[in-house]
Structure formats: structure tokens, C-alpha cells
Design a protein around this ligand. Structure first.
Ligand code: SAH
Length: 248
């Protein structure tokens, strides 16, 4: 039972490789994979780079080449749901592709020939992730501590697409279009739905957490670099360490 820990960017899982026992690196498909034991369990760490295709390639390699029997994604996302603030954590319940539209052949957002729009995360892994996030007591710190309370943990739909959403008007348009089809997204990012679809194809359990790096609005590009450097890796390390200790 190998657990894969997947992120888009190095900062999103910085520090975890250093904690592995018997660490080694393998180059494959233009990517560096990190193997070893973490909390006594075999893990493989991977960086997909940005976007749905890169994420799908990496997820496929993790399953086909590295024998990953479950995959957890850790990364950052733009908060678009009400009350989803910078520094909060979103644990995905399911994913859709907000840029998938084969209408009028198929309903908007439906993945053609899958008869499916939303891809659900694995219940057991997701519950463990939710418990780990609550137990971790993380705080964004510094200028990311927007209120004195600890960061909130949200659970729901995450929308993926090949677009960095960075305008309030764009968020508004996206949310309006999604709501017209009965979808209420908490966060936007660029990889999760692709990994969820690959995991669906292979029958591999998948779960995902995203710390909120920006509000996907006109200041998204300002918040993003500092957040990812100073906060994202700490969140990933702390929450996933709790997760590993609870993994059956
Ligand atoms: N300027 C950055 C670009 C990062 S793209 C760079 O040069 O590295 C954003 C990454 O973070 C993607 O992997 C995506 O999944 C996530 N993300 C964070 N905020 C996002 C937003 N507002 N819209 C889309 N993706 C976002």
C-alpha cells in the first residue's frame, strides 16, 4: 500500500522529503519522484507542475510506475466560497472542471462519455484528512492571520481549470455560471479535478486539501508568492503528519 503525496509546486510539500526514512529520488517522465518511508508507511512524493494535463500525467505515472494505491493532493487554491479566507483550509468533497464545456453535445461541465460532472473524493481518506486538519492547530501567522481565530476548515466542492483566476469579476462570472447548474464551489485551483478523474479511471482512492493562498480576485497575484513560500509548506507538513499517524 503505497501512498502518493502529490502537489503542483515544490513549495506546497517542502520539507516532507527531508523527513522520509530510506529516502531516494527517481527521475521519470521529466519529473523527480521522492520515495521512502514516512511514519513507517511507504510513500512517494511527486510534483506535477501546474495545470490539468500535467496533473493527469503525474497521477498516471504515480499509479502505473510507482504502484500508488492511494493519492493525497496538498496544495494551495483561491477561495471563492463565502467566508473562505486566506489562511483557511479546504478539504475537497468532490471536484469538477470549470472549463469543461462540450455543450450542446453534453451538459456544461459534464465530462464527455463519463456521464459525470463531479468526481467524488474517497470518503475514508477525506474523513482522515478532515480530522488531521482539525487536530493540527495550524495558524497562518504574520500578515496572513486575518482574524484572531484559528483558520477555518471548509469541506465541499473544488473547481479546477487551466486558468489562474485573478479578478473579482471573473469569480463572479464563474460562480454565477456554476450556480446556474447547481454547483457551489468553495475554491478554485488548476489540478484537482484531473487527478480525481485519473483516480476514478483506476479505482484509486483520492483525497485533497488546499490552503487558501488568495481570494482569486484582483490581488490574487500579490498574495500568492508570499503565501506559498511562508505558509503552504508548513500547512502541508503539519496536516499530513497528523494524517499519516491516523492512516489505517
Ligand atoms: N505565479 C505562480 C503561478 C501559480 S498558478 C508561479 O509563477 O508559480 C497557481 C497554482 O496555485 C496552481 O497550481 C493552482 O492549483 C493554485 N492556485 C492558487 N490560487 C489560484 C487561483 N486564484 N486560481 C487558480 N489556481 C490557483
Amino acid at each position: 500500500m503505497t501512498l502518493a503525496i502529490l502537489s503542483a509546486l515544490a513549495e506546497e510539500q517542502q520539507g516532507i522529503f527531508e523527513q522520509l526514512e530510506q529516502p531516494r529520488r527517481v527521475q521519470h517522465a521529466g519529473r523527480s519522484f521522492g520515495l521512502g518511508l514516512w511514519y513507517g508507511q511507504p510513500v512517494v512524493l511527486a510534483l506535477s507542475r501546474i495545470g490539468k494535463v500535467a496533473a493527469a500525467t503525474t497521477a498516471t505515472a504515480l499509479i502505473e510506475r510507482f504502484g500508488a494505491s492511494r493519492i493525497v493532493f496538498t496544495g494551495v487554491a483561491g477561495g471563492v466560497g463565502e467566508g473562505v479566507q486566506v489562511g483557511d483550509v479546504v478539504v475537497a468533497a468532490d471536484f469538477l472542471q470549470h472549463d469543461m464545456n462540450a455543450a450542446p453535445l453534453f451538459p456544461p461541465y459534464e465530462v464527455p462519455l463519463y456521464d459525470q460532472t463531479r468526481f467524488r473524493c474517497d470518503e475514508k481518506l477525506t474523513t482522515t484528512l478532515l480530522i488531521a486538519a482539525s487536530a493540527s492547530g495550524i495558524c497562518a501567522g504574520g500578515r496572513f492571520c486575518l482574524n484572531p481565530e484559528p483558520p477555518r476548515i471548509h469541506h465541499g466542492l473544488v473547481a479546477s481549470g487551466d486558468r489562474f483566476v485573478s479578478a473579482a469579476s471573473e469569480v463572479q462570472a464563474l460562480q454565477t455560471a456554476l450556480r446556474a447548474h447547481g454547483h457551489e464551489a468553495l475554491a478554485v485551483e488548476m489540478e484537482g479535478a484531473a487527478v480525481a478523474q485519473v483516480c476514478h479511471d483506476y479505482g484509486v482512492p483520492f483525497a485533497a486539501m488546499r490552503s487558501i493562498s488568495d481570494r482569486a480576485d484582483d490581488t490574487a497575484h500579490v498574495d500568492f508568492p508570499e503565501f506559498i513560500r511562508s505558509v503552504a509548506s508548513r500547512y502541508a507538513q503539519t496536516i499530513l503528519a497528523e494524517f499519516m499517524q491516523r492512516l489505517g
